[in-house]
Design a protein around this ligand. Structure first.
Ligand code: ADP
Ligand code: MG
Length: 273
């Protein structure tokens, strides 16, 4: 029998943007699926009380027994909360509305900003999670304590940015927060990249926003843009990533290209090469 391949180094990426509806969850699901498709072992951590990443990956509310709430509250281990999905090599730690109360409950705890980082410290020794090579954290649409936990635990931030008029305004605020977290909590935090989402080539405004964001962020912006694509918006109601729902659609193909850019930026050799 061939020896088991050595575990690949773990990378933790936070998908963050305090605006809602910009494509964080869609990117967590589909970038996660694309990374798994090219051989990475991926864990999505749903840190949004809305639980859209969990639903979109086919984990109905009724099946969520242990969630990221219990994990962050110290009542369960990460390994206990993690559930497999229909995608090989892709698992998820689901969330529930319970997360809404966590911020208040943690408010005075000295380790309140480091709960997730401490949870992830144990991942390489956790049963079933030893081979995880990418953790993607789906953040809530706010710069609250949950998002701060994600930024404190991450190696890098991946920012989904919708091609719309106010895109840059929100980006500056997010960058300031990243700067603050780097200074106070996590000196090694970097920006993996900015991904432009819901791009519509027929819309002049979209093109203008792309030019502005590229002017402001330079090569931090991925070459790959995610087009506005109806198949992408349909897939979650089937509890499937777009890549399983319609692999050939333009949106799925864009997420595959994004996955290869993401691993290239880290100087990694594709696992499935
Ligand atoms: P966020 O997590 O930032 O709030 P979502 O990923 O949930 O954003 O996306 C918001 C909405 O836009 C969802 O209904 C999603 O299906 C839809 N959507 C996201 N990306 C695309 C896209 N590329 N094309 C079409 N619809 C999209
Ligand atoms: Mg979301």
């Amino acid at each position: 029998r061939a020896p088991r391949p050595a575990a690949r180094p773990l990378r933790v990426l936070a998908l963050a943007n305090q605006k809602g509806g910009v494509g964080k969850t869609t990117t967590a699901i589909n970038l996660g699926t694309a990374l798994a498709a090219i051989g990475e072992e991926v864990l999505v951590i749903d840190l949004d009380p809305q639980g859209n990443a969990s639903t979109g990956l086919g984990i109905d509310r009724a099946r969520r027994r242990l969630s990221t709430y219990e994990v962050m509250a110290g009542e369960a281990t990460l390994a206990q909360a993690v559930m497999p999905t229909a995608v090989p090599r892709l698992s998820i730690a689901p969330s529930t509305m319970d997360l809404l109360g966590l911020e208040m409950e943690m408010a005075t705890a000295p380790d309140r900003a480091h709960r997730l980082r401490n949870v992830l410290k144990g991942i390489s020794g956790a049963k079933g999670l030893e081979t995880v090579s990418y953790v993607l954290i789906d953040c809530p649409p706010s710069l609250n304590l949950l998002t701060i936990n994600a930024l404190a635990a991450a190696d890098a931030v991946l920012v989904p940015l919708q091609c719309e008029f106010f895109a840059l305004e929100g980006l500056s605020q997010l960058l300031r927060t990243v700067e603050q977290v780097r200074g106070a909590l996590n000196p090694r935090l970097t920006i993996q990249g900015v991904v432009l989402t819901m791009f519509d080539p027929r819309n002049n405004l979209s093109a203008q926003v792309v030019a502005d964001v590229r002017g402001f962020m330079g090569d931090k912006v991925y070459e790959t843009m995610i087009p506005r694509n109806v198949r992408i918006s349909e897939a979650p109601s089937h509890g499937k990533p777009a890549l399983l729902y319609d692999l050939k659609c333009a949106g799925s193909q864009a997420y595959l290209r994004l996955a290869s850019e993401v691993i290239q930026r880290e100087g990694r050799i594709p696992a499935a090469a």
